[in-house]
Design a protein around this ligand. Structure first.
Ligand SMILES: [Zn+2]
Length: 133
C-alpha cells in the first residue's frame, strides 16, 4: 500500500496529524462504539504518530473501563485516532482521515470481533434481548 509519511486531518482541518510508517492491517472493530462510527482503523506505533496541530481542539471520549481514549475534533466531531486499551504503545488511526485516502484501499479489512467484549453492559443486555425475538 502506501509508505512513509502520510498526513491526516479531521474534517474541518483543525486537527492535523501525520504517521510515519507503512499502512499495515486495516481493521474494523465490532465494539459498541466503533460499530456506530463505522470507521476503519489501522494501527501505528506511538512513535510513528505525530499530532501536528490542533491539540486544543481534541476532545476525548471514554466509556466502560475508561482505559481506551477516543480522540475526536470538538468542531467537526470526527474521530481521528484512539489510544487502545489492548496496546498502550500504539494508536488506532482512522484511515478515512488520511490525505488522499482512496476507498479502494478498504478491500482487505479484518474484523476485530473481540470488540464486543468491550461493549457497554447495558447494551449487552439490549443486544441479548434483541436476539431473543
Ligand atoms: Zn475538525
Amino acid at each position: 500500500m502506501t509508505k512513509n509519511k502520510i498526513k491526516g486531518q479531521c474534517h474541518c482541518g483543525k486537527v492535523k496529524f501525520s504517521i510515519n510508517c507503512e499502512l499495515k492491517e486495516l481493521r474494523r472493530c465490532n465494539c459498541s462504539h466503533c460499530r456506530r462510527k463505522g470507521y476503519v482503523m489501522t494501527t501505528v506505533n506511538k512513535d510513528e504518530f505525530n499530532l501536528d496541530s490542533g491539540e486544543d481542539y481534541l476532545n476525548i471520549y471514554q466509556w466502560n473501563t475508561k482505559v481506551a481514549k477516543h480522540f475526536f475534533c470538538k468542531i467537526c466531531g470526527i474521530n481521528t485516532h484512539n489510544k487502545r486499551r489492548t496496546n498502550p504503545n500504539a494508536f488506532g488511526v482512522n484511515v478515512g482521515c488520511l490525505d488522499g485516502f482512496d476507498m479502494s484501499w478498504i478491500q482487505n479489512v479484518s474484523d476485530f470481533t473481540n470488540g464486543q467484549e468491550f461493549t457497554l453492559e447495558d447494551q449487552k443486555q439490549g443486544e441479548a434481548s434483541l436476539q431473543k425475538k
